[in-house]
Design a protein around this ligand. Structure first.
Ligand code: PLP
Length: 441
């Protein structure tokens, strides 16, 4: 289906605009000017969209279920400027490594609102978390349960934990991003009885305080019913554990995985739809099972940052294979956004220096990396453009930059934050010197 460039604008950050010359503006800044000032590839984040997504999550959940904490899943994209924004917005943080934890520490993020995930946290990472007084550690497996208990014993701490369950629910997402089915590296399976063993062990561990249960099904999850199915399994399990070993479910986390609209045609639930489905199920089932309402911990990553981010590239060479395909090559690619190559992710593309509703042509946007799979957008329809033009790919704030690499020794892009007509770099473009910084000869 052909989309005019104008129809794609709805995917861009909330502050997007087009001026009389057809230039795309974000956060009051002309994107063409931004590329002149900072170069390309350039990632632009809109502060208004970021903050508004934080507020939307908080409002939609707390108005239905007041005892909710929204914690941002850092892996979708974290740097120090973003961490400060999340802190200011009153969110918590979900970290999965000592590195993400260090970013949180560097901005004095309130440690009680930080939650540590991961299937193979090292002893050093766990010590870092314990020394900091981290709020929650989500224990993923039996080895970690023992290791954490002994480390906490040495420091004399009693660490608050949740255990991560694997409820065995298929959320119908890409197989690389499915985590909640039985055959997964994450969490204690309900089906095998290992979840029950984990609760019993955690409750008897001298230096651990088990307060709740966590699950995360995968990402993005296109329908709300997967959450409800899993909530039902987990609350029934909590009820069983209450009867068997007096376990009290004070906190419940259904993880993250909230989908976003990447293309004009895609249909995804909104934040309010997820909030309604999750909170309604928890309330009705907790009442039915005679459990007190647990505190809800919601972990959105993608749905907070995706729409706020836009990638800008300069168009270079083109190659037309008659009767086959027209390739247009840009100055970035899989090094800054591996999602199309990794997950067959799809994006819309727009000409940022002359947005129009001219009759579109069909092209394939290729990157500059030495892999045939380095295609950013296959078979997209766009208004005509040529070498030197600037193209924009929207919904690029999540899982692009954090998975970036220096493949082919290409420096990573600069990242700008825009607001009220002002732009500031929140990460500099890497230089060739940076690429060799850690080498020795
Ligand atoms: C990745 C992840 C999230 C966030 O997923 P999104 O799809 O970005 O919302 C939340 N919780 C856990 C445990 C995760 O691994």
């Amino acid at each position: 289906m052909h989309q005019s460039d104008l129809s794609k604008l709805s995917l861009f950050p909330l502050t997007k605009d087009i001026d009389s010359r057809g230039h795309l503006h974000i956060g009051g800044c002309d994107c063409v000017e931004l590329t002149k000032k900072f170069g390309t590839p350039l990632y632009v984040f809109d502060e208004v969209t970021l903050r508004s997504k934080c507020q939307e999550f908080k409002t939609e959940f707390t108005k239905r279920y007041s005892n909710t904490l929204i914690i941002y899943a850092s892996k979708a994209f974290l740097n120090r400027a973003l961490a400060i924004i999340f802190k200011e917005e009153g969110l918590g943080l979900d970290v999965v490594s000592g590195g993400e934890l260090s970013v949180a520490q560097s901005v004095d993020f309130p440690c009680e609102k930080v939650c540590f995930h991961g299937n193979n946290k090292t002893a050093d990472e766990l010590k870092l978390a314990l020394d900091w007084g981290i709020g929650r550690i989500v224990v993923d497996n039996f080895d970690e349960l023992e290791l954490l208990n002994s480390l906490a014993h040495k420091t004399g701490a009693k660490q608050t934990i949740l255990v991560r369950l694997n409820p065995g629910v298929d959320p119908h997402t890409h197989r690389h991003t499915t985590t909640g089915i039985l055959d997964s590296k994450f969490g204690f399976p309900l089906a095998t009885g290992q979840a029950e063993t984990a609760v019993v062990k955690a409750m008897s561990a001298t230096n651990l305080d088990l307060v709740g249960l966590h699950f995360h099904l995968g990402s993005p999850i296109p329908d709300t019913s997967s959450y409800q199915t899993a909530i039902s399994l987990v609350l029934n399990f909590a009820k069983e554990m209450k009867a068997k070993c007096d376990f009290h479910l004070a906190e419940l986390s259904p993880g993250g995985g909230f989908a976003v609209k990447y293309t004009v045609d895609s249909k995804t639930p909104g934040i309010a739809d997820y909030a309604e489905a999750i909170t309604a199920k928890v309330k009705s089932l907790a009442t039915e099972l005679d459990l007190t309402y647990p505190k809800l911990i919601i972990e959105p990553g993608r749905a907070i940052v995706a729409q706020a981010g836009v990638a800008l590239y300069t168009v270079g060479s083109a190659k037309e294979i008659p009767g086959v395909r027209k390739y247009i090559c840009v100055d970035g690619g899989m090094g800054d956004n591996i999602r199309p190559a990794l997950y067959e992710a799809r994006y819309e593309v727009l000409v940022a220096n002359k947005v129009s509703d001219n009759e579109p042509t069909n092209v394939t946007i290729a990157g500059k990396y030495c892999e045939s799979g380095d295609i950013l957008a296959r078979d997209v329809s766009m208004a005509p453009f040529s070498t030197g033009d600037i193209i924009a790919i929207p919904v690029n704030g999540a899982y692009s930059i954090p998975m970036s690499s220096n493949y082919n020794m290409i420096p990573r892009p600069a990242i700008a934050m825009v607001k009220d007509g002002k732009a500031r770099l929140i990460r500099k473009r890497e230089s060739y010197k940076d690429l060799m910084r850690l080498d020795s000869i």
